[in-house]
Design a protein around this ligand. Structure first.
Ligand code: ACM
Length: 430
Protein backbone atom coordinates (compact mmCIF):
# COMPACT_ATOMS: atom_id res chain seq x y z
CA UNK A 1 0.00 0.00 0.00
CA UNK A 2 1.21 3.49 -0.73
CA UNK A 3 1.47 6.14 1.96
CA UNK A 4 -1.62 7.72 0.39
CA UNK A 5 -3.55 4.47 0.77
CA UNK A 6 -2.62 4.33 4.41
CA UNK A 7 -3.56 7.94 4.92
CA UNK A 8 -6.95 7.10 3.41
CA UNK A 9 -7.34 4.36 6.00
CA UNK A 10 -6.71 1.36 3.77
CA UNK A 11 -5.86 -1.74 5.77
CA UNK A 12 -6.32 -4.28 3.00
CA UNK A 13 -4.72 -3.66 -0.38
CA UNK A 14 -5.45 -5.83 -3.41
CA UNK A 15 -2.93 -5.79 -6.24
CA UNK A 16 -3.80 -7.53 -9.43
CA UNK A 17 -0.59 -9.02 -10.80
CA UNK A 18 -0.72 -9.47 -14.54
CA UNK A 19 2.33 -11.69 -14.40
CA UNK A 20 1.27 -13.56 -11.28
CA UNK A 21 -0.11 -16.42 -13.33
CA UNK A 22 3.42 -17.76 -13.60
CA UNK A 23 4.15 -17.44 -9.93
CA UNK A 24 0.96 -18.46 -8.16
CA UNK A 25 -1.17 -19.91 -10.93
CA UNK A 26 -4.57 -18.64 -12.07
CA UNK A 27 -6.09 -19.40 -8.68
CA UNK A 28 -3.11 -18.62 -6.48
CA UNK A 29 -2.28 -15.62 -4.31
CA UNK A 30 0.27 -14.14 -1.98
CA UNK A 31 -1.02 -12.83 1.31
CA UNK A 32 1.18 -10.52 3.36
CA UNK A 33 0.19 -9.36 6.83
CA UNK A 34 2.32 -6.74 8.59
CA UNK A 35 1.53 -4.35 11.46
CA UNK A 36 0.71 -1.76 8.76
CA UNK A 37 -1.93 -3.81 7.00
CA UNK A 38 -2.80 -6.64 4.66
CA UNK A 39 -1.66 -6.93 1.06
CA UNK A 40 -2.93 -9.52 -1.40
CA UNK A 41 -1.34 -10.18 -4.78
CA UNK A 42 -3.25 -12.37 -7.23
CA UNK A 43 -3.90 -12.67 -10.93
CA UNK A 44 -7.62 -13.36 -10.84
CA UNK A 45 -10.73 -12.75 -8.76
CA UNK A 46 -10.50 -16.39 -7.66
CA UNK A 47 -7.02 -15.79 -6.26
CA UNK A 48 -8.30 -12.86 -4.19
CA UNK A 49 -11.29 -14.92 -3.08
CA UNK A 50 -9.01 -17.68 -1.81
CA UNK A 51 -6.78 -15.18 0.00
CA UNK A 52 -9.86 -14.00 1.88
CA UNK A 53 -10.79 -17.64 2.57
CA UNK A 54 -7.38 -18.01 4.22
CA UNK A 55 -7.86 -14.79 6.22
CA UNK A 56 -11.22 -16.14 7.39
CA UNK A 57 -9.55 -19.24 8.74
CA UNK A 58 -7.03 -17.22 10.73
CA UNK A 59 -9.72 -15.19 12.48
CA UNK A 60 -11.80 -16.52 15.39
CA UNK A 61 -14.17 -19.30 14.27
CA UNK A 62 -17.28 -17.15 14.78
CA UNK A 63 -16.22 -15.06 11.75
CA UNK A 64 -16.31 -17.99 9.33
CA UNK A 65 -19.52 -19.18 10.98
CA UNK A 66 -21.06 -15.76 10.42
CA UNK A 67 -22.23 -15.44 14.01
CA UNK A 68 -21.46 -13.18 16.96
CA UNK A 69 -19.62 -14.61 19.94
CA UNK A 70 -19.85 -12.28 22.94
CA UNK A 71 -16.64 -13.84 24.28
CA UNK A 72 -14.65 -12.79 21.24
CA UNK A 73 -13.71 -9.12 21.28
CA UNK A 74 -10.38 -9.07 19.44
CA UNK A 75 -9.98 -9.94 15.79
CA UNK A 76 -6.26 -10.29 15.17
CA UNK A 77 -4.29 -11.68 12.28
CA UNK A 78 -0.78 -13.03 12.74
CA UNK A 79 1.98 -11.26 10.78
CA UNK A 80 2.96 -13.61 7.97
CA UNK A 81 3.37 -14.25 4.28
CA UNK A 82 1.43 -17.04 2.60
CA UNK A 83 2.16 -18.02 -0.98
CA UNK A 84 -0.48 -20.48 -2.07
CA UNK A 85 -1.78 -22.08 -5.22
CA UNK A 86 -3.57 -25.32 -5.99
CA UNK A 87 -1.73 -28.41 -7.14
CA UNK A 88 -4.70 -29.39 -9.33
CA UNK A 89 -7.17 -27.27 -11.30
CA UNK A 90 -10.02 -29.69 -10.45
CA UNK A 91 -10.90 -30.03 -6.76
CA UNK A 92 -14.31 -31.59 -6.54
CA UNK A 93 -17.16 -32.84 -4.46
CA UNK A 94 -19.87 -35.05 -5.93
CA UNK A 95 -23.25 -35.43 -4.29
CA UNK A 96 -25.78 -38.05 -5.39
CA UNK A 97 -29.16 -36.34 -4.93
CA UNK A 98 -30.93 -39.17 -6.75
CA UNK A 99 -30.80 -42.13 -4.34
CA UNK A 100 -31.97 -39.59 -1.80
CA UNK A 101 -32.94 -36.01 -2.42
CA UNK A 102 -31.24 -32.96 -0.89
CA UNK A 103 -32.73 -29.49 -0.81
CA UNK A 104 -31.32 -26.25 -2.18
CA UNK A 105 -30.42 -25.08 1.34
CA UNK A 106 -28.66 -28.34 2.15
CA UNK A 107 -26.63 -28.05 -1.03
CA UNK A 108 -25.80 -24.41 -0.32
CA UNK A 109 -24.34 -25.42 3.05
CA UNK A 110 -22.00 -27.80 1.23
CA UNK A 111 -21.08 -25.11 -1.30
CA UNK A 112 -20.20 -22.77 1.58
CA UNK A 113 -18.00 -25.46 3.03
CA UNK A 114 -16.37 -26.19 -0.31
CA UNK A 115 -15.46 -22.51 -0.64
CA UNK A 116 -13.78 -22.54 2.79
CA UNK A 117 -11.55 -25.40 1.61
CA UNK A 118 -11.01 -23.94 -1.88
CA UNK A 119 -12.81 -26.78 -3.64
CA UNK A 120 -13.99 -25.51 -7.01
CA UNK A 121 -16.13 -28.16 -8.76
CA UNK A 122 -19.52 -29.39 -7.60
CA UNK A 123 -20.41 -32.56 -9.50
CA UNK A 124 -24.18 -32.72 -9.24
CA UNK A 125 -25.37 -36.33 -9.74
CA UNK A 126 -29.01 -35.70 -10.65
CA UNK A 127 -30.46 -38.96 -11.95
CA UNK A 128 -30.40 -42.62 -11.03
CA UNK A 129 -32.34 -45.88 -11.06
CA UNK A 130 -33.90 -44.70 -7.78
CA UNK A 131 -35.01 -41.26 -8.86
CA UNK A 132 -35.04 -38.47 -11.45
CA UNK A 133 -34.44 -35.27 -9.51
CA UNK A 134 -34.77 -32.30 -11.86
CA UNK A 135 -37.60 -30.78 -13.79
CA UNK A 136 -37.61 -31.34 -17.57
CA UNK A 137 -40.43 -29.34 -19.17
CA UNK A 138 -40.70 -31.44 -22.32
CA UNK A 139 -40.92 -34.73 -20.40
CA UNK A 140 -42.99 -34.17 -17.24
CA UNK A 141 -43.27 -37.88 -16.45
CA UNK A 142 -39.54 -37.90 -15.63
CA UNK A 143 -40.51 -36.23 -12.35
CA UNK A 144 -44.21 -37.16 -11.94
CA UNK A 145 -43.31 -40.86 -12.31
CA UNK A 146 -39.51 -40.94 -12.10
CA UNK A 147 -39.08 -39.06 -8.82
CA UNK A 148 -41.28 -41.39 -6.75
CA UNK A 149 -40.15 -44.74 -5.33
CA UNK A 150 -42.38 -47.18 -3.47
CA UNK A 151 -40.15 -47.34 -0.39
CA UNK A 152 -36.87 -45.99 0.90
CA UNK A 153 -34.03 -46.84 3.22
CA UNK A 154 -32.78 -44.41 5.85
CA UNK A 155 -29.75 -44.33 8.13
CA UNK A 156 -30.30 -42.43 11.36
CA UNK A 157 -27.64 -41.60 13.94
CA UNK A 158 -30.28 -42.09 16.64
CA UNK A 159 -32.21 -45.12 15.37
CA UNK A 160 -29.85 -46.94 13.02
CA UNK A 161 -30.89 -48.07 9.53
CA UNK A 162 -34.47 -48.87 8.51
CA UNK A 163 -36.97 -48.97 5.64
CA UNK A 164 -39.74 -46.40 5.94
CA UNK A 165 -42.31 -48.64 4.22
CA UNK A 166 -43.76 -45.50 2.69
CA UNK A 167 -43.48 -43.99 -0.78
CA UNK A 168 -40.50 -41.68 -1.27
CA UNK A 169 -41.20 -38.56 -3.34
CA UNK A 170 -42.10 -36.85 -5.53
CA UNK A 171 -38.81 -35.09 -4.81
CA UNK A 172 -37.04 -33.01 -7.43
CA UNK A 173 -35.58 -29.54 -8.04
CA UNK A 174 -37.38 -27.02 -10.21
CA UNK A 175 -35.46 -25.14 -12.90
CA UNK A 176 -35.37 -21.92 -10.85
CA UNK A 177 -33.96 -23.78 -7.86
CA UNK A 178 -31.18 -25.28 -9.95
CA UNK A 179 -30.33 -21.86 -11.39
CA UNK A 180 -30.21 -20.52 -7.83
CA UNK A 181 -27.68 -23.23 -6.94
CA UNK A 182 -25.57 -22.40 -10.01
CA UNK A 183 -25.53 -18.68 -9.11
CA UNK A 184 -24.74 -19.37 -5.45
CA UNK A 185 -21.87 -21.63 -6.47
CA UNK A 186 -20.52 -19.09 -8.96
CA UNK A 187 -20.34 -16.44 -6.21
CA UNK A 188 -18.06 -18.90 -4.41
CA UNK A 189 -15.96 -19.58 -7.52
CA UNK A 190 -17.43 -23.08 -7.86
CA UNK A 191 -18.45 -24.60 -11.20
CA UNK A 192 -21.49 -26.87 -11.10
CA UNK A 193 -21.03 -29.88 -13.38
CA UNK A 194 -24.37 -31.64 -13.82
CA UNK A 195 -24.53 -35.37 -14.46
CA UNK A 196 -27.26 -37.27 -16.26
CA UNK A 197 -26.20 -40.86 -15.78
CA UNK A 198 -26.86 -42.88 -18.95
CA UNK A 199 -27.37 -45.16 -20.80
CA UNK A 200 -27.27 -47.29 -17.61
CA UNK A 201 -28.50 -46.29 -14.16
CA UNK A 202 -31.53 -45.12 -16.13
CA UNK A 203 -34.38 -47.18 -14.61
CA UNK A 204 -36.29 -44.14 -13.32
CA UNK A 205 -36.31 -42.58 -16.79
CA UNK A 206 -37.33 -45.91 -18.34
CA UNK A 207 -40.20 -46.25 -15.85
CA UNK A 208 -41.38 -42.81 -16.98
CA UNK A 209 -40.84 -43.33 -20.74
CA UNK A 210 -40.70 -47.10 -21.39
CA UNK A 211 -40.97 -46.53 -25.15
CA UNK A 212 -37.27 -45.57 -25.10
CA UNK A 213 -36.16 -48.75 -23.34
CA UNK A 214 -35.28 -52.08 -24.96
CA UNK A 215 -38.49 -53.61 -23.66
CA UNK A 216 -41.35 -51.08 -23.97
CA UNK A 217 -43.97 -53.51 -22.64
CA UNK A 218 -42.09 -53.71 -19.38
CA UNK A 219 -41.76 -54.36 -16.55
CA UNK A 220 -40.21 -51.08 -15.41
CA UNK A 221 -39.88 -49.50 -12.02
CA UNK A 222 -38.20 -46.78 -10.04
CA UNK A 223 -35.84 -48.84 -7.92
CA UNK A 224 -35.79 -48.68 -4.14
CA UNK A 225 -32.41 -50.27 -3.42
CA UNK A 226 -28.99 -49.68 -4.99
CA UNK A 227 -27.32 -51.94 -7.51
CA UNK A 228 -26.79 -52.36 -11.23
CA UNK A 229 -29.92 -52.78 -13.34
CA UNK A 230 -30.50 -53.97 -16.88
CA UNK A 231 -33.29 -51.50 -17.76
CA UNK A 232 -31.08 -49.23 -19.88
CA UNK A 233 -31.73 -46.82 -22.77
CA UNK A 234 -32.24 -48.34 -26.20
CA UNK A 235 -29.22 -46.66 -27.79
CA UNK A 236 -30.07 -48.07 -31.23
CA UNK A 237 -33.43 -46.28 -31.36
CA UNK A 238 -33.04 -42.80 -32.93
CA UNK A 239 -36.14 -41.65 -31.00
CA UNK A 240 -34.49 -42.67 -27.72
CA UNK A 241 -31.33 -40.77 -28.66
CA UNK A 242 -33.49 -37.73 -29.54
CA UNK A 243 -35.14 -38.03 -26.11
CA UNK A 244 -31.73 -37.77 -24.48
CA UNK A 245 -30.68 -34.81 -26.65
CA UNK A 246 -33.89 -32.97 -25.75
CA UNK A 247 -33.13 -33.57 -22.08
CA UNK A 248 -29.58 -32.31 -22.53
CA UNK A 249 -30.91 -29.16 -24.28
CA UNK A 250 -32.87 -28.30 -21.15
CA UNK A 251 -29.92 -29.21 -18.96
CA UNK A 252 -27.64 -26.81 -20.88
CA UNK A 253 -30.27 -24.12 -20.52
CA UNK A 254 -29.93 -24.38 -16.73
CA UNK A 255 -26.23 -25.19 -16.29
CA UNK A 256 -23.66 -22.94 -18.01
CA UNK A 257 -20.77 -25.33 -17.26
CA UNK A 258 -18.70 -26.23 -20.30
CA UNK A 259 -18.48 -29.73 -18.83
CA UNK A 260 -21.50 -32.01 -18.95
CA UNK A 261 -21.17 -35.40 -17.25
CA UNK A 262 -23.06 -38.13 -19.09
CA UNK A 263 -22.29 -41.04 -16.77
CA UNK A 264 -21.38 -44.25 -18.57
CA UNK A 265 -20.72 -46.39 -15.48
CA UNK A 266 -22.12 -49.81 -14.68
CA UNK A 267 -24.15 -50.36 -17.84
CA UNK A 268 -25.03 -54.00 -18.56
CA UNK A 269 -25.35 -54.87 -22.26
CA UNK A 270 -27.90 -57.68 -21.80
CA UNK A 271 -30.93 -55.63 -22.85
CA UNK A 272 -29.13 -54.60 -26.06
CA UNK A 273 -28.09 -58.17 -26.82
CA UNK A 274 -31.77 -59.17 -26.74
CA UNK A 275 -33.19 -56.21 -28.66
CA UNK A 276 -33.78 -56.34 -32.42
CA UNK A 277 -32.81 -52.73 -33.15
CA UNK A 278 -29.58 -53.13 -31.16
CA UNK A 279 -28.77 -56.41 -32.91
CA UNK A 280 -29.23 -54.69 -36.28
CA UNK A 281 -27.03 -51.78 -35.29
CA UNK A 282 -24.39 -54.22 -34.06
CA UNK A 283 -24.37 -55.91 -37.48
CA UNK A 284 -24.58 -52.69 -39.49
CA UNK A 285 -21.55 -51.19 -37.72
CA UNK A 286 -19.58 -54.46 -37.80
CA UNK A 287 -19.06 -54.36 -34.07
CA UNK A 288 -17.15 -56.97 -32.11
CA UNK A 289 -18.73 -56.28 -28.71
CA UNK A 290 -22.08 -54.94 -27.52
CA UNK A 291 -20.06 -52.58 -25.32
CA UNK A 292 -19.25 -50.70 -28.52
CA UNK A 293 -22.90 -49.69 -28.80
CA UNK A 294 -22.25 -47.67 -25.66
CA UNK A 295 -19.13 -46.10 -27.16
CA UNK A 296 -21.06 -45.12 -30.29
CA UNK A 297 -23.80 -43.59 -28.14
CA UNK A 298 -21.21 -41.62 -26.16
CA UNK A 299 -19.60 -40.43 -29.39
CA UNK A 300 -22.94 -39.27 -30.76
CA UNK A 301 -23.81 -37.38 -27.56
CA UNK A 302 -20.30 -35.95 -27.41
CA UNK A 303 -20.59 -34.65 -30.98
CA UNK A 304 -23.97 -33.15 -30.15
CA UNK A 305 -22.72 -31.41 -27.00
CA UNK A 306 -19.61 -30.17 -28.79
CA UNK A 307 -21.85 -28.55 -31.42
CA UNK A 308 -23.32 -26.55 -28.51
CA UNK A 309 -19.90 -25.54 -27.19
CA UNK A 310 -19.79 -28.11 -24.40
CA UNK A 311 -17.66 -31.17 -23.70
CA UNK A 312 -18.38 -34.49 -22.02
CA UNK A 313 -17.22 -36.12 -18.84
CA UNK A 314 -17.66 -39.86 -18.20
CA UNK A 315 -16.93 -42.57 -15.62
CA UNK A 316 -13.94 -44.86 -16.25
CA UNK A 317 -15.97 -47.90 -17.40
CA UNK A 318 -16.20 -46.17 -20.77
CA UNK A 319 -12.49 -46.92 -21.22
CA UNK A 320 -11.90 -49.84 -18.85
CA UNK A 321 -14.79 -52.17 -19.75
CA UNK A 322 -13.84 -55.03 -22.04
CA UNK A 323 -14.80 -54.30 -25.65
CA UNK A 324 -15.06 -50.50 -25.37
CA UNK A 325 -13.90 -48.70 -28.52
CA UNK A 326 -10.91 -46.75 -27.21
CA UNK A 327 -10.11 -44.92 -30.43
CA UNK A 328 -13.67 -43.59 -30.53
CA UNK A 329 -13.39 -42.57 -26.86
CA UNK A 330 -10.14 -40.75 -27.66
CA UNK A 331 -11.99 -38.78 -30.34
CA UNK A 332 -14.61 -37.59 -27.84
CA UNK A 333 -11.98 -35.78 -25.73
CA UNK A 334 -13.91 -36.88 -22.65
CA UNK A 335 -12.73 -36.19 -19.13
CA UNK A 336 -12.52 -39.58 -17.41
CA UNK A 337 -13.59 -39.90 -13.76
CA UNK A 338 -11.54 -42.76 -12.35
CA UNK A 339 -13.04 -44.76 -9.49
CA UNK A 340 -12.50 -48.48 -10.09
CA UNK A 341 -9.98 -49.56 -11.13
CA UNK A 342 -8.94 -45.95 -10.60
CA UNK A 343 -5.27 -46.22 -11.49
CA UNK A 344 -5.92 -48.39 -14.55
CA UNK A 345 -8.57 -45.91 -15.67
CA UNK A 346 -6.15 -43.04 -15.29
CA UNK A 347 -3.42 -44.94 -17.15
CA UNK A 348 -5.70 -45.64 -20.11
CA UNK A 349 -6.88 -42.02 -20.09
CA UNK A 350 -3.20 -41.02 -20.17
CA UNK A 351 -2.51 -43.30 -23.11
CA UNK A 352 -5.47 -41.82 -25.00
CA UNK A 353 -4.47 -38.26 -24.09
CA UNK A 354 -7.69 -37.74 -22.14
CA UNK A 355 -7.80 -35.72 -18.93
CA UNK A 356 -8.74 -37.67 -15.82
CA UNK A 357 -10.10 -37.05 -12.35
CA UNK A 358 -8.97 -39.28 -9.51
CA UNK A 359 -11.80 -40.36 -7.20
CA UNK A 360 -10.73 -43.77 -6.06
CA UNK A 361 -13.34 -46.23 -4.77
CA UNK A 362 -12.79 -46.55 -1.05
CA UNK A 363 -10.81 -43.67 0.38
CA UNK A 364 -12.35 -41.02 -1.92
CA UNK A 365 -15.86 -42.55 -1.71
CA UNK A 366 -16.62 -40.50 1.35
CA UNK A 367 -20.06 -41.96 2.02
CA UNK A 368 -18.44 -45.26 3.02
CA UNK A 369 -18.02 -46.35 6.63
CA UNK A 370 -15.00 -44.61 8.21
CA UNK A 371 -15.47 -47.07 11.09
CA UNK A 372 -18.04 -49.74 11.94
CA UNK A 373 -18.91 -48.34 15.34
CA UNK A 374 -22.49 -47.71 16.47
CA UNK A 375 -24.90 -46.49 13.81
CA UNK A 376 -22.17 -46.71 11.14
CA UNK A 377 -22.16 -50.52 11.33
CA UNK A 378 -24.66 -50.84 8.45
CA UNK A 379 -22.85 -48.50 6.04
CA UNK A 380 -20.98 -49.95 3.04
CA UNK A 381 -17.31 -50.66 3.65
CA UNK A 382 -15.42 -52.42 6.45
CA UNK A 383 -14.31 -49.29 8.24
CA UNK A 384 -10.97 -49.02 6.44
CA UNK A 385 -12.02 -45.97 4.39
CA UNK A 386 -11.03 -43.59 7.16
CA UNK A 387 -9.41 -40.19 7.17
CA UNK A 388 -5.86 -41.53 7.19
CA UNK A 389 -6.62 -43.71 4.15
CA UNK A 390 -7.91 -40.66 2.32
CA UNK A 391 -4.76 -38.68 3.10
CA UNK A 392 -2.51 -41.56 2.07
CA UNK A 393 -4.10 -42.16 -1.33
CA UNK A 394 -2.95 -39.56 -3.82
CA UNK A 395 -2.77 -39.33 -7.60
CA UNK A 396 0.99 -38.97 -7.81
CA UNK A 397 2.06 -39.98 -11.26
CA UNK A 398 -0.63 -39.27 -13.82
CA UNK A 399 0.47 -36.75 -16.39
CA UNK A 400 -3.06 -35.93 -17.42
CA UNK A 401 -4.72 -36.10 -14.03
CA UNK A 402 -6.36 -32.74 -13.64
CA UNK A 403 -7.54 -33.30 -10.12
CA UNK A 404 -9.29 -35.09 -7.33
CA UNK A 405 -12.82 -35.52 -6.10
CA UNK A 406 -14.63 -36.67 -2.99
CA UNK A 407 -17.62 -38.68 -4.18
CA UNK A 408 -20.70 -39.13 -2.03
CA UNK A 409 -23.36 -41.76 -2.88
CA UNK A 410 -26.61 -41.75 -0.96
CA UNK A 411 -28.20 -45.23 -1.13
CA UNK A 412 -27.86 -45.35 2.66
CA UNK A 413 -27.99 -41.65 3.42
CA UNK A 414 -31.31 -39.80 3.43
CA UNK A 415 -30.56 -36.74 5.54
CA UNK A 416 -28.09 -33.86 5.57
CA UNK A 417 -26.86 -34.50 9.14
CA UNK A 418 -25.62 -37.98 8.21
CA UNK A 419 -24.28 -36.76 4.87
CA UNK A 420 -22.23 -34.01 6.52
CA UNK A 421 -21.06 -36.32 9.31
CA UNK A 422 -19.68 -38.83 6.79
CA UNK A 423 -18.38 -36.39 4.17
CA UNK A 424 -16.36 -34.58 6.83
CA UNK A 425 -13.53 -34.48 7.54
CA UNK A 426 -12.56 -36.67 4.57
CA UNK A 427 -13.65 -34.01 2.10
CA UNK A 428 -11.28 -31.59 3.81
CA UNK A 429 -8.45 -34.08 3.36
CA UNK A 430 -9.23 -34.20 -0.34
C1 ACM B 1 -19.89 -45.43 -9.61
O1 ACM B 1 -19.52 -45.52 -8.44
N1 ACM B 1 -20.80 -46.24 -10.11
C2 ACM B 1 -19.36 -44.40 -10.47
Amino acid sequence: ATAADRAAGAVITLRQMKDATNIYGQEGYRLTVTPEGVTIDAATATGFFYAFASINKMLPACVAAGVRDAGVTRFELPCLTVTDGPRFPYRGFMLDVARHFFTVDEIKRMLDLMAVYKLNKFHFHLTEDQGWRWEVKKYPRLTSVGSVASNTYVTSMQHGAYWTNRPYGPYFSARAELKDIVAYAAERHIEVIPEIDMPGHFSAAMAAYPQFSCNPSGPHRVETWGGVFTDVLNVADPKAVRFVKDILDELMDIFPSKNIHIGGDECPTTAWENNKQCQEMYKRLNLTSYRQLQTHFIDEISTYLRSKGRKISVWNETVTEKGADLQLMKKTGATVYCWVPARRGAEIANELGLPSIYTVYGPYYINRAPSKEGWMATLPGNGSDHLKATYENQPTDFKHSIGVQGTFWTEHVATADVMEHLALPRLIAI
